[in-house]
Design a protein around this ligand. Sequence first.
Ligand SMILES: Nc1ncnc2c1ncn2[C@@H]1O[C@H](COP(=O)(O)OP(=O)(O)OP(=O)(O)O)[C@@H](O)[C@H]1O
Length: 240
Amino acid sequence: MKGAGGAAGPVIRIEHVTRTLDGELPVTLVNDVSLQIERGEFVCVMGPSGSGKSSLLYLLGLLDVPTQGRIWIDGQDTSGFDEDRLADFRLARLGYVFQFHFLLQEFSALDNVCLPIRKLGRLADEAARARAGELLDQFGLKGHHQKRPSQLSGGQRQRVAIARALANDPLVILADEPTGNLDSAASANVRDILRDLTRQLDKSVVAVTHDADFASAADRRIGIVDGRIDMAWRPEPAAL
Ligand SMILES: Nc1ncnc2c1ncn2[C@@H]1O[C@H](COP(=O)(O)OP(=O)(O)OP(=O)(O)O)[C@@H](O)[C@H]1O
């Protein structure tokens, strides 16, 4: 099953992307980064704390806009997109998983997964609920559809968040420390789910992580140091 679109070539391509923050002391978060993410690829972004990994992920996910450089998603140059177009594109093409699940507490697991489907508005309500239910079942949450986030374990909540990220059948999942709040068993489960999305559904996954075990499942690891790609970067042995 392929995502919508289906242009040949990389799902994400960025060329000479820089993100600076103006101020009394200007800060460069991301410095002249060029890279491509291929369809079905599982990529981890690693590096020291504060090196710009999350900033890069936000740019790749169109949650932030570069100061310089260009970003293509599925072959489309996004540099001329206004806020509305960016929002539509994010909703239909990209999925996000964060360290904290950001599920709505007053909604059931099923309704949390339905939200982006309803927002996109391509499916009638019954079909939206059916799709959300299938995703939850796929991630071992049969029997938990009506539970609220507070009634679920940390690993279950993160699996609901992954189901929500997949709700509109995106091309790419962008994950920021997806196992950061989980114990080792739940982390391994989330790692395997994300890897299987690339293997079985041809989704691309880009994940920022400090978790060496998680990163060991990736096809490719990109080191970021001082906002730049550093191919020589390796995690400290102590972190392994
Ligand atoms: N809005 C902001 N204003 C000022 N500085 C910022 C802002 N956002 C990020 N930074 C700084 O930019 C640098 C890069 O931050 P970023 O969160 O991208 O790093 P990171 O590699 O993901 O860090 P960590 O591994 O600790 O999560 C850090 O020094 C951070 O403090």
